[in-house]
Each structure stands twice: as C-alpha cells, then as structure tokens.
Write a protein that binds this ligand. Structure first.
Ligand SMILES: O=P(O)(O)OC[C@H]1O[C@H](O[C@H]2O[C@H](CO)[C@@H](O)[C@H](O)[C@H]2O)[C@H](O)[C@@H](O)[C@@H]1O
Length: 370
C-alpha cells in the first residue's frame, strides 16, 4: 500500500491534512462505512481528492468529507457477521496491532515496575458515553468511584476539549488535575494530595490572549448557526465547538461553509475535528500532547525514566497525546474504540465500561502489590 500525505489548504491557511492512498486500508470506501475517521487526519482516495481539488468548493468539500467520515448514518452494526470479509480482515489485523489493554494488563503492570504510573483521562467518549446533548454527558457514579480510587494511588489528570469548569462539574473530584480547552487551561488539584513531587501549585493558560477572540467567534457562530436546525455551538473558553451530531447530513455543507466563512476573518484561529464536532481553536502550538508533557514536568518527571504515563482517550485530539508517548518511547496510549482507526495508541478498550474495568483492575492490582 502506498500512502502520500497531502495538505488541502484554505485561503487563510487553515490546513486540512489528507492522507491519500492508492489502495488504502483506510480508503474512503472503507472509512465512512463504519468508522470514525482516523486520528489527526482524514483519509480519502486519490480519485476523490482529485475530484475535490478540481471542483470549485474544494475546501468545503474536504470539510464535509471529513464530517461524513464520522457519520452515524453510515456506521454499520458492530456485529461482525454484517461485515464484509475484507472488513473482518481489517478488524482482525487492527486488533492484532492494537490489542485490548485488558488482555495486555500484565504487560502494562510489569512495565510499571519501579515507576510511578501517571494517569491521563479524556472525558467524552472515555469516561462518559457519547450522547446527543453535550450538556447531558454525565458519567456514572461507578465510573466516578473508579476514577476516585485511581487518584488515590496515581496522579490523575482529566484532559478534555471542554472548558475546565464544565468538565469539573461533570467529574466532581477535587483531587485531580484538570486540563480543559484541549489542554489550554491547566489547574492542579484543589484538594489535599500527597504525591512525591506535588509541592507547587499548578496553573497554566497558554492561550489567555485568545479569550476575547474566542468569545467573539462563539457569539458570531451561535447567531449564524441558528439558521441550521440541530447545529449547536459550545463555548469552551479557549476554544469553541460547533456540533453537527443533530444536523441533517444535507445541511453539513451549509454548516461547513458558514464556519469556514467566519474563520476566514480570524487567521489566528484554526479548526480540528472531533466526533461530530468542529473544534475552533487558536493556532498556537499547544494541544493535549503538550498538556501531557507540561503535567509530567510539573510532577517532576520531565526527563525521568521513573514514570509510566498512561493516556486513555477516544478522539482525534487525543492522538496528539498518544504521539507524544510514542515519541518519548514511554508509557502507553490507549484508544477507546470498537472499530479500527489509524492511531498512535498502543492498546485499545472498546467503550467507557471497559475503561472502568481497566481502572478498577489497576486499583486492585496496586492494592495487592502494596
Ligand atoms: O476531549 P473530550 O473530553 O473528549 O471533549 C471533546 C468534545 O466532547 C464533547 O462533544 C462530544 O461529546 C458530546 C456528548 O456526548 C457529543 O454530543 C458530541 O457529538 C461529541 O463531539 C463536548 O461537547 C465538546 O465541547 C468537546 O470538545
């Protein structure tokens, strides 16, 4: 399989990275059918890309293509009996390369010998199930108890695209670190804590100058998207989310067009894509991966071999953190997904309930080994 990276760039330099393949494992004929698009980039076939480049609305088409790649209406059942032979092969190959973190539990705990595990947890789709209304993405009490227990033994951070206050209002655990707005709003625990290197208050907001701009764009987008039924804009403080989960697919190009026109007026902002959401954010080089590095440094593990970071997340934006771990050759990224995705994570878990099982097992193992 040959693969070539192409960047489709809009007039203001908002770049959409497109991985093109001739006979791609992740070609468009496969991805939209039952997958969320892979982390960090959308993958489409060369023919489709040429059609996009030659067409007048290449930029918008590419946006919509990317949005379609995570369409629920195109998702097939997870029941493997409804998958084609090719898809079943892909599923098996993916499981082989990204085995279950539950199945590889012993490998994970042996790798932690003599090291401090530091736990990083994404929120939506990882601790809480994905639901239509972002204001009702509650985590269960059982999950909260599992996270509370984990934090008793390991420094634990919630790393979310949501604004920090909002994600805190869902998690409600004062003993955790929180990195909201895709890591652009970091704060240490407010409750008494006890880890070896926790001796200073942690607080960092690398995008504070963008606050008025994001607020302005949030107001503009909220107003303009009123014409598109189901569209919803969420103010995440240092970034904002344009949700299209409840927008009819026929209106996606109108929504993409609208967002793109607004972004053209703000060259210091860019967008990335999550699960049925366009994330509008500053162009600064800061993401969940940088937040992970910042937190490790704050905990005294900047260049240390005595730490084993474990990051669990389900979204494309979590790929930045998986990549940091891969590049450091340290710790494990665990992707929450039932279906194959291109990822830098080492292991997988299928859904939030498996995340809970994994956290509980880790706590049990730690208690027994003390
Ligand atoms: O980094 P995360 O904690 O995963 O946050 C990413 C975005 O999550 C939320 O949106 C997603 O979950 C919603 C509730 O389940 C769902 O309705 C939406 O379609 C998903 O994209 C959150 O609302 C966004 O602000 C976050 O950026």
């Amino acid at each position: 399989m040959t693969k070539q990276n192409v960047v489709v760039s809009d007039v203001k330099g908002v770049a959409i990275s497109v991985a093109v393949s001739n006979q791609s494992f992740f070609s468009s004929s496969v991805v939209p059918s039952h997958l969320d698009a892979p982390g960090g980039c959308i993958t489409i076939s060369r023919n489709k890309l040429l059609r996009l480049e030659n067409g007048g609305g290449a930029r918008i088409s590419a946006w919509v293509e990317s949005m379609r790649a995570s369409s629920p209406s195109r998702m097939k059942s997870n029941n493997t009996s409804s998958l084609s032979e090719k898809e079943t092969d892909e599923q098996s190959s993916w499981t082989l390369h990204h085995p279950s973190a539950l199945r590889m539990f012993e490998e994970i705990t042996s790798a932690s010998k003599g090291k401090q595990i530091v736990m990083f947890l994404d929120y939506d789709g990882t601790l809480s199930p994905i639901v239509e209304d972002p204001d009702r993405a509650f985590m269960s009490n059982k999950m909260r108890n599992a996270v509370r227990d984990i934090a008793r033994y390991f420094p634990t951070a919630i790393v979310s695209g949501r604004c920090r206050d909002k994600v805190y209002s869902f998690v409600k655990l004062a003993e955790l670190y929180y990195a909201g707005s895709h890591g652009m709003d970091i704060k240490g625990p407010s409750k008494c804590h006890k880890y070896k290197n926790e001796n200073k208050a942690v607080f960092y907001q690398p995008a504070s100058e963008f606050l008025p701009m994001i607020d302005e764009v949030y107001k503009i987008l909220s107003e303009k998207t009123k014409s598109i039924p189901g569209a919803r804009v969420e103010n995440n403080k240092f970034c904002c989310s344009v949700h299209f989960r409840c927008v009819d697919e026929k209106s996606w190009d109108a929504l993409a067009d609208l967002v793109s026109v607004v972004l053209n007026e703000y060259p210091k902002l860019r967008y990335t894509q999550g699960r049925k959401v366009l994330e509008i954010r500053p162009t600064i080089k800061w993401d969940k991966g940088k937040a992970l590095e910042f937190l490790l440094e704050s905990l005294g593990y900047a260049n240390s071999n005595e730490v084993l970071p474990v990051y669990i997340g389900d979204d494309r934006t979590d790929e930045d953190a998986f990549k940091v771990l891969k590049d450091r050759g340290q710790g494990f990224g665990i992707l929450v997904s039932k279906v194959p995705k291109e990822t830098s994570a080492t292991y997988t878990l299928k859904e939030p309930s498996e995340v809970k099982d994994f956290l509980r097992r880790l706590v049990k193992w730690k208690r027994l080994s003390m």
